[in-house]
Ligand binder design. Structure first.
Ligand code: SF4
Length: 452
């Protein structure tokens, strides 16, 4: 009986994202009226997308490309400031507070630091800027301490460093150009420069190729534990750990199909358990099922993407006002052209109902290991009926327990939710990027698209 309950919850949690239908964004006026009319609060998050990397990684599902020349980057940065201005003018009278500002990609550390000062300046013309800038960093860019200090001087105060591993074998298996010492130096340089929060991104269970494949599962687990330990010993405030699952549709998936890359997805539980033991031993706080930190604060590039309001800027950026989700054109050339013409680069959108916002909040809370009634109340939402059924099933299956404030995941619950989040994160960006990339030319957009 209990086992069949567990299986049902597993199936529910691992169902993956449901198909979503998006509609072509109407004229500039109606789009911006939808944004204004659906903002679910005066405190908004801002996300900026930098779609450039030095080289691209085989298993990366995101919207990005190789940076070929600095001129192209400068043109893009100029367009970004124009887009901020476009929305800024349209929303200025709403007196919005920017409560968080994160830059993801791509590789935001490829950008000259002075851009972040300009970005802050431009945002301050239209919004009450209450936040510093958080950026994702490639360790290669943070080897030079002077450059790191320059980023800090330009208003960047949080970083998430893509160390991935301090083990050369793991780095080689994902084709990273940096070495273990670069990751360590990037963390040290960031702490010395004074960043108020330093997150280290780690990968585990990387595809079994070149050097990593020969290791036994226990050796891989030990390497992961050493990585977690090294990040904390270096002084990082937070460690985030992801299983490197090769998503269908990423350039590297061909290797899986050809049998040249082996994915040991069934061992994910062991790694998550290892991270849980580590967090417990070191007295770290579990801010997400995939992240442990020294306090309750959490670096998250798109923290507000699930419930909003989050305004995204840049080619390929997603936004969610709370009740209206829209996505920008997935093509840098078209993005620059649209913004230069003074047009909004949003191409597809959809309304979000109260019920879908409540479901999004529920999954967001599950990934944060606890569901709190007061968070639902503060947003004027209730836990959906189906969500209450799910939570009760999770209690019966030993994956969650009731508390005075709501529900808290058990150890087994954390592992199950980790796998559910992994499914979601791996599948959705790949599907969305694959579909939306086809519509680089906004003149030829179909009226609606289905992402399934
Ligand atoms: S994993 Fe990071 S560095 Fe590699 S292609 Fe993706 S965004 Fe660029």
């Amino acid at each position: 009986m209990l086992d069949s309950g567990v299986l049902r919850v597993h199936r529910l949690l691992r169902r993956g994202p449901a198909p979503v239908r998006f509609f072509r964004v109407g004229s500039g006026g109606s789009h911006v009226e939808s944004v204004r009319g659906t903002l679910a609060g005066r405190g908004v998050g801002i996300y900026i997308h930098m779609p450039y990397c030095r080289s691209t990684c085989l298993f990366c599902p995101y919207f990005r490309g190789v940076l070929r020349d600095r001129g192209e980057l400068e043109t893009y940065l100029e367009a970004l400031l124009r887009e901020v201005e476009l929305y800024g003018r349209a929303l200025e009278d709403l007196d919005l507070d920017v409560v968080e500002l994160h830059v993801g990609g791509g590789t935001p550390s490829l950008v000259p630091p002075r851009f972040y000062r300009e970005l802050r300046g431009k945002l301050s013309e239209f919004f009450n800027l209450r936040s510093g800038v958080g950026i994702e960093v490639n360790p290669e860019d943070f080897r030079n301490p002077q450059l790191v200090e320059e980023f800090y001087a330009c208003g960047v105060d949080e970083v998430s460093i893509g160390v991935q591993s301090f083990d050369a074998r793991v780095l080689r298996s994902i084709g990273r150009k940096h070495g273990p010492e670069d990751g360590a130096r990037a963390v040290e340089n960031s702490l010395r420069a004074g960043f108020r929060w330093v997150n280290v991104d780690l990968m585990f269970l990387t595809p079994s190729i070149r050097g990593y494949a020969e290791l036994s599962l226990d050796e891989k687990l030990r390497a992961f534990r050493r990585d977690l330990g090294k990040a904390v010993e270096l002084g990082a405030h937070q460690v985030t750990y992801y299983a490197t699952v090769v998503p269908k549709g990423s350039p590297g998936y061909r290797l899986v199909e050809m049998g040249r890359v082996n994915q040991e997805v069934d061992s994910v539980d062991r790694f998550v358990e290892e991270a849980l033991d580590f967090a417990e031993d070191r007295g770290l706080h579990l801010t997400r099922v995939y992240s442990a930190s020294r306090g309750s604060y959490e670096y998250a590039t798109v923290n507000l993407e699930m419930v909003g309001p989050l305004l995204g800027f840049g080619a390929g950026a997603w936004s969610n006002t709370g009740y209206y989700q829209y996505v920008n054109v997935h093509d840098v050339g078209s993005y620059v052209e649209l913004v230069r013409e003074g047009r909004y680069p949003a191409i597809y959108s959809r309304g979000l109902s109260r019920s879908s916002r409540a479901w999004r909040l529920l999954f967001d809370q599950l990934s944060a290991t606890a569901v709190r009634y007061d968070t639902f109340n503060s947003l004027g939402l209730g836990i959906p009926l189906g969500g209450r059924v799910l939570l009760n099933l999770m209690v019966l299956a030993g994956l969650a327990r009731r508390t005075s404030y709501g529900y808290r995941l058990t150890r087994r619950g954390i592992v199950e939710v980790y796998k559910s989040v992994m499914n979601y994160v791996v599948e959705l960006p790949v599907k969305a990027t694959e579909v939306l990339r086809r519509y680089g030319n906004p003149a030829n957009l179909p009226e609606e698209v289905l992402i399934e």
